[in-house]
Write a protein that binds this ligand. Structure first.
Ligand code: HEC
Length: 134
């Protein structure tokens, strides 16, 4: 019986160290804003509207809203090739931004909750960690 208790404790510990601590949404958005200003603003612009035909918008972007996983993948590993955002085709290159999983989660929470965007759920570090390169 004692052994069972030890096994329980060890697996609980393993589980807790796997699930990374989650910041509040508010904190994640404010950290994400700083990352956006450093890494994204030169292309996607302060107002999130991008540059029509060259850099796609994030503000009210149907692509972002409907393709959360692909958006995470693009920020994490880079994105190139044809994509359609709000009815306009883009065929550009976004290089890998060199952000860690926590920074990707923060910047996602920022862009998903800015310029009139409103996300249903907070992006977690674990969720970003699970997105693999294609
Ligand atoms: C050098 C310019 C550049 C930078 C810097 C850049 N992007 Fe992009 N981004 C692009 C381009 C170009 C595309 C479209 C790529 C394609 O055509 O496949 C894109 C696509 C996207 C998309 C998916 C399409 C959409 O508009 O919804 C998201 C989301 C995105 N970028 C977020 C970010 C975030 C967040 C950062 C900062 C961490 C960032 N980008 C930095 C140029 C850039």
């Amino acid at each position: 019986m004692k052994n069972l208790f030890y096994i329980y404790c060890i697996s609980l510990f393993g589980f807790l160290s796997y699930v990374q601590p989650q910041k509040t949404l508010k904190k994640s958005i404010s950290d994400g804003k700083e990352i956006y200003q450093d890494f994204c603003v030169q292309c996607h612009i302060d107002n999130g509207k991008g540059v029509l035909g060259t850099f796609p918008p994030l503000a009210k972007s149907d692509y972002l809203q409907n393709n959360i996983e692909a958006s995470i993948r693009g920020i994490k590993y880079g994105q190139r090739g044809k994509i359609t955002v709000n009815g306009i085709e883009y065929d550009g290159i976004m290089s890998q931004q060199g952000l860690d999983d926590e920074e990707v989660a923060d910047v996602m929470n920022y862009i998903l909750n800015s310029w009139g965007n409103k996300a249903k759920e907070q992006i977690s570090i674990t969720q970003v960690a699970e997105v693999q390169k294609k």
